[in-house]
Write a protein that binds this ligand. Structure first.
Ligand SMILES: [Zn+2]
Length: 136
């Protein structure tokens, strides 16, 4: 898992086995798989809360990696509601939102994963993966 430091072009979303995790399902990590669009290999991704990922702000700030409209049009994020706007303009599920880059283990195609993690309401902690997209 790595941060991305250049402008990228999205190709298409990959199939993700499980993208919604609650409470104990995220401890010590949320684990799922995505299918590579090119070679069909099932790659594992493992998200450790508070360790995995980089702020989504880094993606859309000055359109450095992707523009806000690219993020919105591909349903990677939605506009944050006013009461949670301190988290930034764009989030998944109005929770702190992060991203990371990862590669297919077999063919080395590159992917970006976007997810959020946080307490949705008292006693309910949620980790939502909005998706995994192939990029170039
Ligand atoms: Zn592959």
């Amino acid at each position: 898992m790595y941060s991305i430091s250049r402008k990228i072009k999205l190709v298409k979303p990959a199939l993700v086995v499980k993208n919604h995790f609650i409470n104990d399902e995220t401890i010590p990590s949320a684990k799922t798989k995505f299918t590579c669009c090119d070679c069909s290999h099932e790659n594992t991704i493992e998200i450790f809360p508070y360790e995995t990922g980089f702020p989504i702000f880094q993606v859309y700030n000055e359109d450095r990696i992707l523009s806000k409209s690219e993020l919105l049009n591909n349903r990677m994020v939605t506009e944050t509601s006013q009461r949670m706007i301190h988290l930034g303009d764009l989030t998944v599920n109005d929770l702190p939102t992060l991203y990371f880059g990862t590669g297919c283990q077999v063919c080395h195609s590159e992917y970006i994963c976007v997810f959020s993690y946080g307490e949705k309401q008292p006693g309910l902690t949620v980790l939502n993966i909005s998706g995994v997209w192939k990029y170039e």
